[in-house]
Design a protein. Structure first.
Length: 280
């Protein structure tokens, strides 16, 4: 994350931890930015994220989601949050017309359950609740570049979110102001061809990245992935999603802003997070 837009003399305190296979970054400013209460809230958020990883990791043989996939347990034997996440995944599949799906073809042709596309945004939105008790403190919690932003300081300037250029991640393509909401970016620049169109089993190529700004990170993240998969149809689909705004970058380098969002061009370079958005 990059720091900018803080009031004169207002320090941004930052913390970073590696959880769920990615960097989790926290930026705080205001009354509790560097005190004991912030430390307690940070640890509470990390505990929440580690518990999510224990339940949903597709890389842990003992996770509830892997045991469910292997048929060792039923849905009623899993923690209640598994049912919640699977329901979100099914809702997303229906609302996207199949462009988003938490099942994928397995190596043996048997459908494989992988709710990762839901879990990251859902988990960070959930973990961010740990900071609700920090009065007069602005919060920006980021997981691999997707983030939840809150402003609680009197006269807060809000957060300025930098969107990386997918063709050159050292460059900030645009900056958007966020006060209370979430930002998620989907694309192949950081992790390669990890996104598949479940309808065709092909890697989408129309877009270089899709950034969605919305009220919460669960759905901003789902919608960014869906938009990336939909490609040329993304703008039309996003127009039907209430409260969503953002930026699409096409594979030819052209950009399109959708919804009522203030976007500032930027040519600055410097340190960035490991995801596709930076916060300051």
């Amino acid at each position: 994350m990059t720091s900018s837009g803080a009031p004169a003399g207002e320090r941004i305190a930052r913390r970073v931890e590696h959880v769920m296979g990615m960097p989790i970054s926290l930026a705080l400013r205001g009354r509790h930015a560097e005190d004991y209460d912030a430390d307690v809230a940070w640890q509470e958020a990390l505990v929440s994220l580690r518990e999510t990883d224990r339940i949903f990791s597709t890389y842990r043989e003992d996770s509830a989601i892997c045991r469910l996939q292997r048929g060792e347990v039923g849905i009623d034997d899993c923690p209640d949050v598994v049912r919640e996440v699977l329901a979100l995944g099914e809702q997303a599949r229906v609302e996207s017309g199949g462009a988003f799906d938490i099942t994928r073809p397995g190596v043996d042709g048997v459908p494989c359950l992988d709710p990762s596309g839901v879990v990251k945004g859902w988990a960070v939105e959930r973990a961010a609740r740990a900071f609700d008790s920090l009065e007069q403190t602005d919060v920006c919690l980021s997981a691999g570049g997707d983030m939840v932003c809150r402003t609680r300081m009197p006269d807060s300037p809000g957060w300025r979110i930098g969107i990386e250029n997918p063709f050159d991640p050292s460059q900030i393509l645009a900056v958007v102001p966020i006060r209370d909401g979430a930002v998620a970016t989907s694309g192949l620049a950081r992790r390669g061809a990890h996104i598949i169109d479940p309808r065709t089993a092909q890697v989408p190529t129309d877009l270089a990245s899709a950034t969605v700004i919305g009220p919460d990170l669960t759905w901003a993240d789902i919608d960014a992935t869906t938009a990336f998969v939909l490609g040329s149809q993304a703008t039309t689909w996003l127009a039907g999603r209430p409260g969503r705004t953002g930026l699409l970058v096409r594979s030819d380098g052209s950009t399109e802003i959708f919804g009522q969002v203030e976007v500032s061009a930027s040519t600055s370079s410097g340190p960035t997070s490991s995801g596709a958005s930076t916060c300051g």
